[in-house]
Design a protein around this ligand. Structure first.
Ligand code: NAD
Length: 471
C-alpha cells in the first residue's frame, strides 16, 4: 500500500507521550509525513509499548518530563533552531512547552491545554480558577507576544480540533440548504454567517458505542481513550460558551469576572452534569457537559461585536455520551466519591462492536436542528490503521491534519483549530473519518418525557439552555 505524503518536517521530531493517542498517531505520521527517522524521538516514562517504537526504529527516551527537567531535556534535542514537538502526554504543562518552542524556533501542537500535576485534583484554587477559561485566556494572551512566531497549534485533536472544521462545513451546508449566499473568508465573515443563519447554539454531540466482550470489572475505570484525561476534565467544573439568546443562568451558574466573557461555568463537575442532546445513532440522548477548549474557542470565534457589546454569540458545549463502560465507571466514581485505583483503555483488538459518532449539532436555525459529523465504526477504524479504536482514529487523524497544516504554515504563531484552513485539514483527515453525514431533525429538548415532573421549562423558546439541562 502506498500513501500520499502530505508534508515534510525538517529537523528533529519529538513526540511527548506514547499513550493511546500517541500510539495511534505514529502510523499516520509514518505514512503521510516525510521526515528523517533518525531524528524522531518519543519521550515516554513507561516502557509498556516500547516494542512498537523499536519495531519502527524510533528512539525512546524513557523519562517523565517535569518542571525541573523539561527545558534542559528539550533544548538538548533541538540544537539547531528547527524541528517539531507533538505533545500527546498528560501532566506536562502545555503553556511552558509553547513558550520554550518559541525560544527554540520549533513548531508545536497539542490536543489540550494541560497543566503540571496539581491543577486538576487536590488544588487549593477556587473552582472558577480550575476551569479551562483562565487556561485558554493565558494561552491567548501569551500568543499576542509571538506574532509570526513558529506555529504553535493549541488544542487540536478531534474535540477540541476537528469539530471546529466540521462546524465550518456544517454552516456552509446549512447556508446552501436554506438558500443563504455564503462565501466566508475572515473570522468576522464566519461569525456573521452563523448569526445570519440563526444558529442559537452548537453541541459537540458525541455517542461512543464501543464495547468489549469482557464485562467491566467493578472498581476499574474503563474508557476508549485516556482515563486520566477524562477524569481530569470530568472533575473540572462544567463550562460552556454562553449565547446571546440565553435568558438566565442555570442553577449554580456563574459568569467569569474578567476577560471577554464568552463563557460561563457551573459549580458542579462536568462528569455529573447532563444535558439533553441528539446523535444520529440513537436520536435523543443524554450527554455530559465535560469542559473542553472548543466550548470556549467556538463562542469566542463566532461572536459578532457591536463596539463593546456582543450582538451575537452561540451557546456551545460538549454533550458527551462516552462508551458504556465509561458511563458505568463514572457512575461508580460519582457514587464512591473517590478516584479509581485501576484504569483500562479499550484497545481495538478487544472491542467487539460499536463505533463513535462525533459531530456538531446546530440548533435554532430555519431547519430546526442539524447534526453534522463523523460516523466511524470499530471495524472501519481497525481496517484503516493499527493501534487504535474508532475514538482514537478521529483524534489521531486530526493531529496528522494539524501537523500537515503546521508544516505548510510554519510561522503563524499561536493558533487554534477555528483559525486554521478547515478545508485543507479535512482534506487530509477525511480518509480516516468513516462517513461524514448530515442529519436534520425536528427534535427539541422539550420533547419526550416519561411522565411529567417538576422542571424548569421555557415553552416560549425550546433552545434555551434551561431546556437542555437535565441535572
Ligand atoms: P494516555 O493516558 O493513554 O497517555 C498519556 C501518556 O502520557 C501516557 O503514556 C503517560 O505515560 C504519558 N505521560 C504521563 N506523564 C508524562 C510526563 N511527565 N512526561 C511525558 N509523558 C508523560 O492518554 P491519551 O489517550 O493518549 O491522550 C493523550 C492526551 O491527549 C491527553 O491529554 C488527552 O486529554 C488528550 N486527548 C485529546 C483529545 C482531543 O480530541 N482533543 C482526544 C483524546 C485525548
Amino acid at each position: 500500500m502506498t500513501y500520499q505524503i502530505h508534508a515534510r518536517i525538517d529537523g528533529p521530531l519529538v513526540m511527548i507521550g506514547f499513550g493511546s493517542i500517541g500510539r495511534g498517531t505514529l502510523p499516520l505520521i509514518l505514512r503521510h509525513i516525510d521526515f528523517d527517522r533518525d531524528a524522531f524521538t518519543v519521550i515516554e516514562p513507561s516502557d509498556e509499548f516500547a516494542p512498537i517504537l523499536a519495531e519502527h526504529g524510533i528512539k525512546h527516551l524513557q523519562l517523565a518530563l517535569t518542571e525541573a527537567n523539561f527545558s534542559e531535556t528539550l533544548r538538548g534535542l533541538f540544537p539547531n533552531g528547527k524541528g517539531f514537538i507533538v505533545n500527546l502526554s498528560v501532566d506536562v504543562d502545555s503553556i511552558e512547552l509553547m513558550k520554550l518552542c518559541q525560544s527554540l524556533g520549533v513548531q508545536y501542537i497539542d490536543t489540550v491545554v494541560e497543566p503540571w500535576p496539581g491543577f486538576y485534583f487536590n488544588s487549593p484554587l477556587p473552582n472558577a480558577d480550575r476551569t479551562n477559561y483562565p487556561l485558554r485566556e493565558k494561552v491567548r494572551a501569551l500568543g499576542k507576544s509571538y506574532p509570526g512566531g513558529p506555529t504553535a497549534v493549541s488544542c487540536c485533536g478531534a474535540n477540541p480540533g476537528m469539530v471546529s472544521w466540521l462546524l465550518k462545513e456544517a454552516l456552509l451546508r446549512l447556508a446552501t440548504d436554506t438558500g443563504v449566499k455564503a462565501d466566508p473568508k475572515t473570522q468576522q465573515d464566519w461569525a456573521l454567517l452563523a448569526m445570519t443563519l440563526g444558529v442559537n447554539g452548537v453541541h459537540i454531540a458525541e455517542r461512543d458505542t464501543q464495547v468489549s466482550a469482557r464485562p467491566k470489572p467493578q472498581g476499574t475505570f474503563v474508557n476508549s481513550w485516556s482515563v486520566d484525561g477524562l477524569l481530569s476534565e470530568g472533575y473540572q467544573p462544567a463550562e460552556l460558551g454562553w449565547g446571546t439568546h440565553e435568558k438566565k443562568l442555570p442553577p449554580n451558574g456563574h459568569k467569569f469576572k474578567s476577560g471577554p466573557g464568552y463563557a460561563i461555568w457551573i459549580d458542579r463537575p462536568g462528569a455529573d452534569t447532563r444535558v439533553r442532546s441528539w446523535c444520529p445513532d440513537v436520536g435523543p440522548q443524554f450527554g455530559l457537559v465535560v469542559t473542553h477548549n472548543e466550548s470556549l474557542s467556538i463562542p469566542d470565534y463566532y461572536t459578532v461585536w457591536d463596539g463593546p457589546k456582543a450582538l451575537y454569540r452561540p451557546t456551545c458545549h460538549y454533550a458527551y455520551h462516552p462508551c458504556p463502560d465509561a458511563i458505568l465507571s463514572l457512575h461508580e466514581v460519582n457514587g464512591a466519591g473517590k478516584l479509581p485505583e485501576n484504569k483500562h483503555i479499550l484497545t481495538a483488538d478487544e472491542i467487539t462492536e460499536g463505533g463513535d459518532d462525533l459531530g456538531v449539532f446546530l440548533y435554532g436555525h430555519a431547519k430546526g436542528a442539524m447534526w453534522y459529523g463523523s460516523r466511524l465504526s470499530i471495524a472501519e477504524a481497525r481496517a484503516l490503521a493499527p493501534y487504535q479504536n474508532a475514538t482514537g482514529m478521529q483524534v489521531t487523524s486530526a493531529v496528522l491534519a494539524a501537523m500537515v497544516w503546521t508544516a505548510e504554515n510554519p510561522n503563524m504563531g499561536f493558533v487554534e483549530a477555528d483559525e486554521m484552513d478547515h478545508a485543507r485539514c479535512l482534506d487530509v483527515q477525511r480518509p480516516y473519518l468513516g462517513r461524514i453525514e448530515c442529519h436534520y431533525t425536528d427534535w427539541t429538548p422539550l420533547q419526550n418525557r416519561i411522565n411529567r415532573f417538576a422542571e424548569d421549562r421555557d415553552e416560549s423558546d425550546p433552545w434555551q439552555f434551561t431546556n437542555f439541562l437535565a441535572v
